[in-house]
Design a protein around this ligand. Structure first.
Ligand code: FAD
Ligand code: NAI
Length: 472
């Protein structure tokens, strides 16, 4: 007889494995299908995030940051270091060890919560009272299905990715040596993060971006500061408004022909090329058509605010549905769906999902930018405060950047918080919490903040909404 489950999760990335853990915690008989194999050919849980996304990229960002610090920034502390070297093989094995620790951790969570791991790729076969899903030549039955199949890198038409010369995120995280000249197509999150890694380690990095604006989703004040830091201070060569033409990849080098923002023909020669132009949802081989699961025009599974699809008892979460492609968004959708299946009434406030870009300075924001709010006809007040006069930032030798609070002029409710600073990732959560509780700038301003901390800059920015910052 076919195995039968209350909940069958397809995909064990951060969306899927968290959904499975929560469903199991709620007493539902749960299985999760995953067939991902890592570079060593071993089956691994964790999806893009743990294997070739968030976790390995942050490990390399940390290693390259230490290298840059040791090479260039310790002098300010009176520490002289000479002969700083990087062993790329060791840096990569440290990254791989972190990935293995994390992915094995999910295997432990599955065992602890009695979740069955069905190894292979799942295909929806039929619907009705219960769903039938085929995996590894077997068919299993489930009352509820959660599709969490994630996304994969979008490639340029006609440009083959071999992950040796022309790479997507997978190859770019695994270089065995620092390329002398690295070309990157797309100045988005991956382009900036991985471009930073290899620049810090010594590569000459050129980034070609189609749009005329840099980091268009960010508040304009942040865009300006980020542009200055990445290009003028750090030397990333970012060329905006380009149109990519022919790409020729040979062992001797890669040539990218493109038209610049004036329409003039240009050529970029590089030793490795990273294509980071966004990601596409993973629905190949899922059997969506067999059961009538509806996809939208861009190939995402159609889902409402509670991740319900057009089919009863079938949910879809994470990168394979609308909304930001972020691990924490996928995880929270996983929890929400498991709780819905168990009869609870959870919800997610999609306006309060933070974004973090782990460059240096880091860029973090939640909610609306000043420009977005104004475009929506909202009258806003804003407050901004620099890290350059914050004692903790100076002590850390990280004086660059600022925090900005965008508030509704009539109600003072916080609509957005924007931070650019080396440790913005750790400071943004105050903005998220304030917005989740529908807090006002005055609330942040009246809450006691520890001293000396970077969070005092957020408090001062909130005070500055009413032009009453205390330390400036
Ligand atoms: P995924 O993590 O993509 O997992 C989907 C899983 O489903 C995969 O393991 C796949 O093998 C499996 N699957 C697919 N089809 C089937 C099938 N038919 N049957 C069974 N299994 C299937 N986000 C952040 O929030 N912070 C970061 O710092 C961050 N850094 C990133 C860095 C990089 C380089 C990249 C590429 C992404 C990064 N992201 C980051 C984005 C983040 O990785 C994704 O948003 C997140 O992984 C999405 O989770 P998911 O569970 O929806 O899908
Ligand atoms: P992205 O959407 O962040 O950036 C892609 C960039 O490529 C855009 O600026 C776009 O205008 C540009 N582009 C698109 N087509 C182009 C073309 N033909 N020529 C030149 N430029 C072109 O996508 P990216 O960097 O690939 O990352 C994918 C997603 O992964 C991110 O959107 C994010 O959701 C997630 N991610 C999150 C991270 C984080 O949270 N820190 C880190 C890395 C990835």
């Amino acid at each position: 007889m076919a195995q039968a489950f209350d909940v069958l999760v397809i995909g064990a990335g951060p969306g899927g494995y968290i959904a499975a853990v929560r469903a199991a915690q709620l007493g539902l008989r749960t299985a999760c299908i995953e067939g991902w194999k890592n570079a060593k050919g071993e089956l691994a849980l964790g999806g893009t995030c743990l294997n070739v996304g968030c976790i390995p990229s942050k490990a390399l960002l940390a290693s390259s940051e230490e290298f840059e610090k040791a090479s260039r920034h310790l002098d300010a502390h009176g520490i002289s270091v000479s002969g700083v070297k990087i062993d790329i093989a060791k840096m990569q094995s440290r990254k791989d060890a972190i990935v293995t620790k994390m992915t094995k951790g999910i295997e432990y969570l599955f065992k602890k919560n009695k979740i069955t791991w069905l190894q292979g790729f799942g295909r929806l076969v039929s619907g009705g009272e219960a769903y039938a899903v085929e995996v590894g030549g077997e068919t299993v039955q489930a009352k509820h299905v959660i599709v969490a199949t994630g996304s994969k890198a979008r490639h340029l038409p006609g440009v083959a990715v071999d992950n040796e010369l022309v790479c997507d995120n997978e190859g770019a995280l695994a270089f065995g040596a620092v390329p002398r000249r690295l070309g990157v197509i797309g100045a988005g999150v991956i382009g900036l993060e991985l471009g930073s890694v290899w620049r810090r380690l010594g590569a000459e990095v050129t980034i070609l971006e189609a749009l005329p604006a840099f980091l268009g989703a960010c508040d304009e004040a942040v865009q300006k500061e980020a542009w200055k830091q990445f290009t003028k201070v750090q030397g990333l060569d970012i060329r905006l408004g380009v149109k990519i033409g022919k790409v020729t990849a040979r062992k001797a080098g890669i040539a990218v022909e493109y038209a610049d923002d004036q329409g003039a023909a240009q050529k970029l020669e590089c030793d490795r090329l990273v294509v980071s132009i966004g990601r596409v949802p993973n629905t190949d081989g899922l059997g969506a058509e067999a059961v009538g699961l509806k996809l939208d025009a861009r190939g995402f599974i159609e889902a409402d605010d509670h991740c319900r699809t057009n089919l009863p008892n079938v949910y879809a979460i994470g990168d394979v549905v609308r909304g930001p492609m972020l691990a924490h968004k996928a995880e929270d959708e996983g929890v929400m769906v498991a709780e819905l299946i168990a009869g609870q009434k959870p919800h997610i406030d999609y306006a309060c999902i933070p974004w973090i870009i782990y460059t240096n300075p880091e860029i973090a924001w939640v909610g609306k930018s000043e420009q977005q709010a104004k475009a929506e006809g909202i009258v806003v007040k804003t407050g901004q405060f620099p890290f350059s006069v914050n004692g903790r930032a100076l002590g850390l030798n990280e004086p660059v950047g600022f925090a900005k609070v965008v508030a509704d002029a009539a109600t003072d409710r916080v609509l957005g918080v924007h931070i650019i600073h080396a440790r913005a990732s750790d400071v943004i959560q105050e903005g998220v919490t304030t917005m989740e509780f529908a807090g006002a700038a005055e609330d942040i301003a009246r809450i006691v903040h520890g001293h000396p901390t970077l969070s005092e800059v957020v408090k001062e920015a909130a005070l500055n909404v009413d032009k009453r910052s205390l330390n400036m």
